[in-house]
Design a protein. Sequence first.
Length: 667
Amino acid sequence: MPKVEGSHDVVRFEDFELDLRTGELRHTDGKIIRLPEQPFQILLALLERPNEIVSREEIRKRLWRNDTVVEFEHSISAAMNRLRQALRDSGDDPRYIETLARRGYRWRIAVQWVESSLERKSPAPPATASGDATGTKVSTVLAREREHEVRLVSNASRPAELEARLTGRRIKRRIGVVLCLTAAVLLITLLSSGPTKVRHWLPSLTGTPEIRSIAVLPLKNLSGDPQQEYFAQGMTEELITDLSQIRALKVISRTSSEVYQDTHKPLPQIARELNVDAIVEGSVQRLDGQVRITAQLIYAPEDRNVWAQTYERNAQSALTLQSDVAAAIADQVEQTLSHRQTLARRINASAANPEAYDLYLKGRYYWNQRTPTGFWMGIESFRRAIQKDPTYARAYAGLADSYVLLGPTDALPAKEVYPLARAAAMKALQFDDTLAEAHASLGFVTLLYDWNPAQAEKEFRRAIELDPNYPTAHHWYAYDLAAMKRSDEAVAEIRRALDLDPLSPIINTDLSQILFFARRADEAIVQCQKTIGLDPQFNQVYWYLGLLYEQKGMFDRALDAFLKSIPGPTDSEQDNAIRAAYRISGIKAYWTARLAMLKQQSKEHYVSPFTFAVVYARIGQRDTALGDLEKALDERYPSMVFIPVEPVFDDLRPNPRFQVLLQRIGL
């Protein structure tokens, strides 16, 4: 470090200044950035030697002791990335920090060491009553001890020798008294703050942060092959699934964490948006028959690296590889031995032929696209996985999930798709009855096809018992509760799903529908608007928003929402025609146009009679609507289970034919 006076504790360069006492990086635009410890130390090392090469080994020694177990290369790179973000610098076109391949880093511009403008003062003694009382207690105790020692010396035959002997004891005792009283004051302060603050302060005192919730960011694909993206995503989801086995830990779903795949947001901001304590980030590389996973655990409130490591195995051991990472993270969040045993049991139960496992990952990759095409491609991959390993329970569970979600898309009639979903779920449970996914799928089939919400509830509750962090189980269970007219429980349950998957467009949208079923229109509208803020292109939310506005008599807004709900590119000519008809006939004009579109679509592919019934009900053709509902019942269309709570059919509810429908459904 340059020879500067002790008071020189600020370093200036261009539009920035670094305060060495606070670790704050200040910009001339007024922004203050609190640097985490590792980026701060790297910046300081570079500023101490401008225009000189600082090697990665020098940085390693500065950041960690020799006995520290950490994956240095990845951790240094991560800390350097955060530093560059703070400086608004670029690794490709650097202004401040130049990277020299295989050598280290170099600071490129001039720096100036200056004295802080803040006046230095000795801290004043505390003026509070508790501070005065503490000082009095310390003085009293020390005075009494000194008085006792004087008596010992004056009564001794060799006072000089005794005085010397007592000197060391006196120093130790005084230090002990001060430490004990200080600890007592601190403990009283903590306890008076209440149990919540105690739980949050104790980790900082012990050096171990409390981690109650976690998000796993998508592992970066470093294989250099875009075709391996499914494998990186699969490893991410497997890591999430393993960590979800820890009951004391809230684990955010992949759907929400993947939003940050290419983001440059600081980790503390991501953690705040997801409402978690910690973040896992890393990378996966599969090359030449080897798989390497590098991961690190960050305590988000302090942007502190808690743990980092690299694991490497042959491709045949990919399943146990990510489970080892999960077990190591579980150790870091101080889980009990029983949780690690749970992870081990899951590995044993999920063991599969390596080729089958790879096909399973591909199947989940396609399934996660949540489109009919994705479901069909997923089904093909799951079937091939089962051919490789006919006892592979998770492949059967994936098959069941795919068929379950094909049902509501009208891709196939319910009578064709749901028996296939049931058979796959039952097969999965035959080989492993601890799979939460299979229990949830079986519950959804029981609800949507058997119209037996009471029996479905048992499956959903079992799924949640096995994996409390599985958002889909909470999501589908909410619909089961809604069908049983337990509306408050349904809203609470889907909010639990949203807590685990806060950025999911479909769960956010379906919360609106559950609120709509509960006749809580104002809350549902607010939720629709929130969902649109997350994803303005998610068409389905506009459908519910239109129904809600229509219910409240806000027809102009309803029309705008309905037109945005139509999938595909905007058809301006069609929209203008509907709006012109609306000015003459009101909102009925939209429903008439919608009916014409459905009739045209039905010539090209299957459209359920339930969908037609909704439109006929809205334009007042009640007999036709009831006729289509009767056809939907014969086809066992899944949405029929919700007609007891569906506001769209409120006008039909008093009709005797509608009451007969309810009896035939068993509701």
